[in-house]
Design a protein around this ligand. Structure first.
Ligand code: SF4
Length: 375
């Protein structure tokens, strides 16, 4: 029988719950059932959430009997690095082995004052934005919360050896996070809850292409910063670049962003990739100002990172500056953000997309072949 979707693959998930998705509350409940003293749970939580340390063997103050229970009850498997590329500008692009032997891409971005982690929420993506490498790959599956948290733990291990820690998380890797809210929200809660990893909600950013009907349900569950990949200021152009706009046009998106803002009181970040001759004329700058009216937003302009085979080009500096200056004169300062890591593999998603595409040519990697047939 021909296998046509990942759902038909034999179950390979461990039967044990992953330690990576456990909250202090859940650990307390489980340890209570074992009759463990509460200070033992406190010690365990210090290892996991304060030290971000998930290696059970080296938790030196936990007794062997407690470790045995933890080992038998929870799955302690951590993601491992499949490949790593270090950029001259301080970015590291890392592919990790995910469950079901698929690759997950994460990117570490080092700045003087902070270290950001760009995480993936899916393997591939359904939304098929025309300028995106991940979109061209198609959709494989949603990541589990533990695979999202696992990216954070692995990245922390990488930068800990440099005496640093991940200070910011952005959901801008592979996939649309609001297309996987059931797993993304538990991960966001672990990242931001004061008794878990405790990152400020301003330091955790979810970036969406505009799944309008999931924005308020997200806001009602967890407080995080919201970024929207806009990339076009009118419906005709946006629908041609981002098919999701046919389902959720700009008027609906604007209405929901205003609701989000009223609910959270926070600024919304508008991400706008600049595509030469496509979306950065003066007329389009004017349309963008019209869209932004009434919204408290900061805008990031991102010149397109051209790659071999790409149908789009980066605008020249004059075009970028004149688009930026039009916005600034109308009260919308819009810094230009150049992608870090362009020398090692371009924008988020490119590295994994290349790797997955390459593996699709290898018949012995049956899991990948099966996944590609599902597209
Ligand atoms: S830009 Fe984001 S939403 Fe669009 S196809 Fe790529 S990963 Fe998916």
């Amino acid at each position: 029988m021909r296998i046509t979707s990942m759902n038909e693959l034999p179950a390979t998930e461990p039967l044990k719950p992953s330690i990576l998705r456990q909250s202090p509350e859940a650990l307390r409940a489980q340890c209570g059932l074992w009759g463990e003293k509460s200070f033992r749970v406190t010690q365990l939580c210090q290892w996991l959430f304060e030290r971000r340390h998930y290696h059970l063997e080296t938790m030196s103050n936990l007794p062997a009997s407690f470790k045995t229970k933890l080992r038998e009850h929870f799955d302690w498997q951590l993601p491992s690095i499949a490949s790593r590329l270090d950029s001259a500008d301080g970015a590291s692009k890392i592919l990790v082995h995910g469950k079901k032997n698929q690759f997950i891409e994460l990117v570490i971005l080092r700045y003087a004052e902070r270290v950001s982690l760009c995480v993936s929420s899916q393997v591939g993506c359904k939304l098929a934005c025309t300028f995106c490498q991940t979109g061209k790959l198609g959709f494989f599956r949603n990541l589990l919360a533990e695979e999202i948290v696992g990216q954070f733990i692995l990245a922390n291990d990488v930068v800990a050896s440099e005496g640093r820690a991940i200070s910011h998380i952005v959901f801008m890797g592979m996939g649309e996070p609001l297309d996987n809210v059931h797993e993304v929200i538990p991960a966001l809660k672990l990242f931001t809850a004061p008794d878990c990893f405790g990152l400020s909600h301003r330091r955790v950013t979810l970036s969406t292409s505009g799944i309008v009907d999931k924005i308020m349900p997200l806001a009602q569950e967890v407080r995080v910063a919201l970024a929207v990949s806009l990339h076009a200021p009118n419906d005709e152009l946006r629908s041609s670049l981002m098919p999701i706009n046919r389902r959720f046009p700009l008027a609906d998106l604007k209405r929901e962003l205003l609701l989000f803002q009223k609910h959270s009181g926070d600024l919304v970040t508008i991400e706008y990739i600049l595509l030469k001759g496509i979306n950065c004329s003066e007329r389009q700058a004017k349309e963008l100002v019209h869209f932004l009216h009434g919204l408290r937003a900061k805008i990031n302009l991102i010149p397109f990172n051209a790659h071999p085979g790409s149908e789009f080009q980066r605008p020249d500096e004059d075009e970028i500056r004149s688009f930026q200056s039009y916005l600034a004169k109308r009260g919308y300062p819009a810094p230009v953000r150049y992608s870090k890591g362009a020398d090692v593999s371009g924008a988020c998603g490119q590295l994994a997309a290349k790797q997955q595409a390459m593996l699709q040519d290898l018949p012995q990697r049956k899991n990948i072949i099966r996944g590609s047939q599902a597209q």
